[in-house]
Design a protein around this ligand. Structure first.
Ligand SMILES: Cc1ncc(COP(=O)(O)O)c(C=O)c1O
Length: 402
């Protein structure tokens, strides 16, 4: 891991000392070698990108409306896309008016904007343990502190929230209720209500990061946090997992009282999101039948890959290992016996041409040295089977060697 602490020639801002190269980016350099079975990344299956439809959409937008598509546009986003996103979300149980929708460059930009608006150095974010690494990176660059809520199979444990929110430095709660990255866990309905009730009572807003909500393979959808508290929840969604991450297109649904602040935070970052991509994505997504069919296909493929991985884990991981059973999304999370350090295991795994992400990086408190994140969306079933077998054998050897 490299740390940026300034350099000999120039004096950088002190916050750069919190900027680290991500474990995942480092691992992805190795995993681009074709002989390595990578269960490490968080990438969608590229063979499922609707490339032809997207190509036709760009062509028709440029032919029909090229001058608008290539011009500067409004910071809030392309109005027909804001309307489409609002209608889609409302039909999915996330109430939104177009005036609440801000189009952003990936939901990653939403995390940066939230941090920019809420965090002074030393302020705290209440987050799940583990949580999304990209969020930790975004919040770190605003010098955040973390207040950690433990998790179990029902997601964030809400019984401790009252005590945690006694820390008045907590400016917002960062929650991933559906098929969390990295753990694959889903927050139960009762805990959703408890989370919102407690946050509301303490006057602390919630950032609901829902990158995977539409990728549910089993079970019934649960109420969005935003539906339970529209005035206090900033909701983030994205085209990255349901169309293609290369669009870098996502949306924040923002309570009325905060909306203008977000626009003011986005303007100095990039003025606005590219019109041509917004218009092409609008063209693709406004065919709602084709979109529904496409998402059904993603669910089918990912469900079957998840099932393959669950079966292989049952067969190859030794006793003492536990793993989650995600109802959607892209990841399974494994807890290994405490004797296994997954960073050390990774070095050995890579020699055996298989990669995963050691779980410690997802823990804002530095715990989790015996955990790992496994991705099933970007690997074919035969390689999932083979990769899990190699990992299981490496774990068994380490345990046997003790
Ligand atoms: C939980 C979560 N939030 C946000 C993002 C960022 O997504 P994007 O910027 O592509 O919308 C990701 C990407 O993997 C994610 O897993």
């Amino acid at each position: 891991m490299t740390t940026t602490t300034g350099n000999d020639l120039f004096r950088l801002a002190s916050r750069t000392s919190r900027m680290h190269a991500s474990d995942i980016r480092e691992i992805l350099k190795v995993t681009s070698r074709p002989e390595v079975i990578s269960l490490a990344g968080g990438l969608p299956a590229p063979e499922l990108f609707p490339v032809d439809r997207i190509r036709r959409a760009f062509e028709s937008v440029l032919a029909r409306d090229g001058q608008v598509a290539l011009q500067y546009g409004p910071s809030e986003g392309y109005q027909p896309l804001r309307e489409l996103v609002a209608a889609r979300l409302t039909s999915l149980g996330v109430p939104a008016a177009s005036t609440n929708v801000l189009v952003i460059n990936g939901s990653q930009q939403g995390l940066d904007l939230v941090a920019k608006l809420f965090l002074d150095p030393g302020d705290a974010v209440l987050c799940e343990n583990p949580t999304y690494l990209g969020a930790i990176q975004a919040f770190d660059s605003y010098e955040a502190r973390y207040v950690i809520a433990p998790m179990d199979d029902d997601g964030m444990q809400t019984g401790v929230l009252d005590a945690l929110l006694a820390d008045r430095a907590v400016k917002f709660i960062y929650a991933l209720p559906n098929f969390q990255n990295p753990s694959g866990r889903t927050l139960s309905a009762a805990r959703r209500r408890a989370l919102v009730e407690t946050a509301r009572r303490h006057g602390v807003p919630i950032v609901e990061d829902d990158a995977y909500g539409e990728l549910r393979f089993e079970g019934e959808p649960l109420p969005s946090l935003r539906s339970l508290w529209p005035e206090g929840v900033i909701y983030l969604g994205t085209f990255s997992k349901i169309l293609a991450p290369g669009f870098r297109l996502a949306w924040a649904v923002i309570p009325d009282a905060l909306y203008d602040r977000f626009v003011l935070a986005k303007q100095p970052a990039d003025l606005h999101t590219a019109m041509v991509t917004q218009m092409a994505a609008h063209e693709v997504a406004s065919d709602s039948d084709a979109m529904a069919e496409h998402i059904d296909r993603l669910r089918d493929v990912y469900r079957s890959r998840r099932d393959t991985m669950l079966r292989a884990l049952g067969e190859w991981f030794p006793p003492g290992c536990r793993w989650t059973h995600p109802q959607g999304g892209l990841f399974i999370w494994a807890d290994l016996p405490a004797a296994i350090n997954t960073r050390e295991l990774l070095a050995e795994a890579i020699e055996n041409h298989v990669a995963f992400v050691p779980g410690q990086a997802f823990h804002a408190d530095g715990s989790g040295s015996n955990t790992m994140r496994l991705n099933f969306s970007n690997v074919t079933p035969d390689r999932i089977e083979e990769g899990v077998m190699r990992l299981g054998k490496a774990i068994a050897t380490r345990l046997g060697a003790r």
